[in-house]
Design a binder for this molecule. Structure first.
Ligand code: NAD
Length: 388
């Protein structure tokens, strides 16, 4: 079977869905890899490296799609790309299908079996295939560098002949994968770090990274769902949380926000009023910008100023660290492909949690129940499709 990688076409995208190292592994498991010329160039991987790893190079995307049994992408295929996918093609990509429905609607009638890697179940076996964790790790790291570059202060404490420089104070809101990486990076740069999350389960992880965990007093609510994700909290909790966040944000030089609730708009944690009380010169990096933003003032893809506060709303941060982001994405998707490969063929076993959790369209239908619900469609009468 032929697995295809094309050059990313989305604006600002630089990542390659497979890097040469993974192509070599797939080749050993009996899959052929066909790479559009230049597909890895923006991430630092030359055509020659793919060829050395055993992949073939196609002159353009159209030639690659013609031969594809499977296609791997770092984002959502464009309408022009979807038109080129043959019926029966396996597509491994990132659709964000709970909130973005256009591509799903277009993929289903084309008979494409589309797997959205962002819905990989968070089970131990799937950790090696978890692109969300990989990409948010990169984002958490880069957010701190953006904040450090925009702040008019240094992060570490310094004892110099010119006197003592006090360390920067960083507040991280949301201590999941991105938040924990932001804490670790800010600590490595020498900042004093505090963090808040609705899930008390993360307290020990925050403390083990050398940061202080701040908590909403007397919170009794169950903040976590069965998948380990945050649930939406009560209004009473939100009021207490807003007061806590406002107090600590006002004492911080940098606030990095990472709070997300799957399938829902990001919770607003920094109101305009709270930003108004922050110190002039302080910096907010809103990693939830693509989900609507944790700061009321965030503008996606832009850096704005409110009073003396800089608010950065980054778009696709992993694409700004393309070499390692591609390597991690590729290893994740490579692990998934390896799991599905049997005697040189990719097979979809609908009993497999990782397939059932990620398969969005198959045999002409939208087959994912949560996605159907999010799109306002009736539940399917019976499970669709049979193994490919
Ligand atoms: P996420 O990106 O959905 O959310 C980021 C963080 O924001 C979470 O910690 C969440 O609790 C927090 N948050 C949500 N609403 C908030 C609010 N109003 N105020 C403050 N914080 C808020 O989550 P994530 O980082 O992708 O993952 C969440 C957890 O899932 C991880 O910490 C981990 O325990 C678990 N996980 C498990 C696996 C696995 O087993 N395969 C893989 C990755 C993550």
């Amino acid at each position: 079977m032929i697995v295809v990688v094309v050059k990313p076409t989305a604006e600002g995208e630089t990542r390659a869905a497979l890097v040469p190292e993974t192509c070599g592994r797939l080749k050993k498991s009996g899959l052929d890899v066909l790479v559009e010329s230049g597909a890895g160039a923006a991430a630092g991987f030359a055509d020659g490296e793919y060829e050395s790893a055993g992949a073939r190079i196609a002159p353009n995307a159209t030639a690659a799609f013609e031969e594809a049994d499977a296609v791997v992408m770092v984002g959502t295929p464009s309408p022009e790309e979807i038109i080129q996918l043959k019926s029966g093609t396996l597509l491994f990509c990132v659709l964000n299908p709970l909130t973005q429905h256009d591509a799903v609607r277009q993929l289903a009638p084309r008979g494409v079996s589309a797997m959205s890697l962002d819905l990989m179940p968070r089970i131990t076996r799937a950790q090696k295939m978890d692109i969300l964790s990989s990409m948010t790790t990169v984002g958490g790291y880069k957010a701190v560098l953006l904040a450090a570059a925009a702040l008019g202060k240094m992060f570490p404490m310094m004892m110099t002949a010119a006197g003592t420089v006090t360390p920067a104070k960083v507040l991280v809101l949301g201590a999941g994968v991105a938040g924990l990486q932001a804490i670790a990076t800010a600590r490595r740069l020498g900042a004093v770090v505090e963090a808040f999350d609705v899930r008390p389960a993360v307290k020990e992880q925050v403390q083990s990274l050398g940061a202080k965990f701040i908590e909403v007093a007397a919170a009794q609510e169950d903040a976590e769902d069965a998948g380990g994700y945050a649930k939406e909290m009560s209004d009473e909790y939100k009021i207490k949380q807003a007061a806590l966040v406002a107090k600590h944000a006002g004492e911080s030089d940098v606030v990095i926000t990472t709070a997300l609730i799957p399938g829902k708009p990001a919770p607003v944690l920094l109101s305009t009023e709270t930003v108004g009380k922050m110190r002039p010169g302080s910096v907010i990096v809103d990693l939830a910008a693509e989900g609507g933003g944790n700061c009321e003032l965030t503008s996606l893809g832009e850096t704005i100023r409110h009073g003396g506060v800089t608010i950065i709303g980054p778009k696709n941060l992993p694409a700004t660290v393309p070499f390692h982001a591609s390597q991690m994405f590729s290893r994740n998707v490579g692990a998934f492909l390896a799991d599905l490969t049997n005697e040189g063929r990719l097979e979809l076993n609908m009993e497999d949690e990782c397939v059932a959790g990620t398969l969005i369209t198959h045999a002409g239908e939208i087959v994912h129940e949560r996605v159907r619900q999010a799109m306002g469609l009736e539940p399917l009468a019976a499970p669709q499709g049979s193994p490919v």
